[in-house]
Design a protein around this ligand. Structure first.
Ligand code: NAD
Ligand code: DAU
Length: 356
């Protein structure tokens, strides 16, 4: 048996592929365009593994994807491929529309063509799992209930709007064409192999490099943090037992204001790698101009997934963030390789006009 994963050289897709190969002997065809966020270094340990077939391709390339599907006959497709960074979507939304909306449309069409060519048994067993985000639900007030699957979609950024559009396409391909789809909407992930344009890895690497730790606005925006390996186990559970056409929210019950997250990282670094001058890394915290349209609070109600499929996260925020800091301290080769010229240009652009 074989599954096909898209975006498997990125943060979550990469972790998913590594975990999949560690836990099963089923082949993974890993299709990734290798944008700035795709990194083959993440997959170094499975380079020689014959159960891992990496192919550089765009999800929007119908010919390439159609050929791969016919060649490998996967029993499932898991779609991680996306433009994923909110700040970049504000700076330039075009790539987000192209990959997240048009790319998902083309992928659905390729998959629909392949699915239609399968035998009755294979058609019945086939799954298309679309990996999405809690940001499609918009923003919450401090006392609002956490997002349920029944919440209306109210995306606020070009990124979340493009993900919302892709979720709607996936839903429509199920209702209209009967494509056997599943959708997951997850909260903020963190953990190994996270590209350092995102808050947690950025703060860890800036701290040890003696740089500022930029906090947007007042730092009181709340995110619900989930250790990436727990997201991967949730996706495996939904792929195995999720009801067709359903969506499942995935979250860690770990709501934290950004400032608390940054202070927690500083406290762990103070213990594991104290600054030479004896001061705390928290002294490097700098408040900078806010992100336009910044969502104030996300929180996920993951009870449907827990009740129907028995999934629970294995890590608390405290255990997960410590593992993460340790991983970044131990994997300096990976971190220095991802901090390439293109990465440095982005950092300069994103933070240059943020007055303190
Ligand atoms: P990422 O940016 O780290 O990785 C995305 C991967 O997709 C990269 O390897 C990139 O090369 C690839 N890619 C981009 N465009 C492509 C295209 N057109 N064709 C093929 N490959 C392409 O993203 P991530 O953080 O790993 O997120 C993965 C998925 O999970 C995304 O769909 C994202 O919306 C969703 N998600 C992310 C989070 C999070 O906290 N990071 C939370 C919930 C949901
Ligand atoms: O909620 C799920 C989403 O989480 C995913 O769908 C996205 O793909 C993923 O990137 C993430 O989006 P966020 O915008 O929440 O993540 P980011 O790490 O960019 O920012 C987390 C919070 O920290 C957010 O409130 C903005 C803030 N922030 C971010 C950066 C990069 C800062 O205060 N300073 C920073 O330098």
């Amino acid at each position: 048996m074989t599954i096909l994963v898209t975006g498997g050289a990125g943060f979550i897709g990469g972790n998913f592929v590594l975990d999949w190969l560690a836990e099963s002997d089923e082949t993974v065809v890993n299709v990734d365009k290798l944008t700035y966020a795709g990194n083959l270094e993440t997959l170094k340990s499975v380079q020689e593994n014959t159960a891992h077939i990496f192919v550089k391709a765009d999800i929007g390339d119908r010919e390439a994807i159609g050929r791969l599907l016919q060649e490998h006959q996967p029993r499932a497709v898991v779609n991680f491929a996306a433009e994923s960074h909110v700040d970049r979507s504000i700076d330039g939304p075009g790539d987000f529309i192209q990959t997240n909306v048009v790319g998902t449309f083309n992928l659905l069409e390729s998959v629909r063509g392949y699915w239609g060519s399968l035998s009755d048994d294979a058609r019945a067993g086939f799954r298309f799992l679309h990996v999405s985000t809690d940001e499609v639900y918009g923003t919450l007030g401090p006392k609002d209930d956490a997002f349920k699957e029944s919440n209306p979609y109210e995306p606020n950024s070009p990124y979340s709007a493009s993900k919302a559009a892709s979720d709607h396409l996936v839903r429509a391909w199920h209702h209209t064409y009967g494509l056997p789809v599943l959708t997951t909407n997850c909260s903020n992930n963190y953990g190994p192999y996270h590209f350092p344009e995102k808050l947690i890895p950025l703060v860890i690497l800036n701290a040890i490099a003696g740089k500022q730790l930029p906090i947007y606005g007042d730092g009181q925006q709340v995110r619900d943090w989930l250790y990436v390996k727990d997201h991967c186990s949730a996706i495996r559970a939904v792929l195995q037992g999720g009801r067709l056409g359903e969506t499942y929210n995935v979250g860690g019950w770990n709501e934290k204001p950004n400032l608390d997250v940054v202070k927690a990282i500083c406290a762990i670094l103070d213990e594991l790698k104290p600054r030479a001058d004896g001061k705390s890394y928290a002294d490097q915290i700098t408040f900078v101009k806010d992100r336009p349209g910044h969502d104030r609070r996300y929180a996920i109600d993951a009870r449907k997934l827990e009740k129907e499929l028995g999934w629970k996260p294995a890590q608390t925020f405290e255990t997960g963030i410590r593992k993460t800091v340790e991983w970044y301290l131990d994997n300096t080769e990976w971190t220095s390789n991802v901090q390439s010229g293109a990465y440095l240009q982005w950092v300069e652009k994103n933070y240059a006009d943020r007055d303190q």
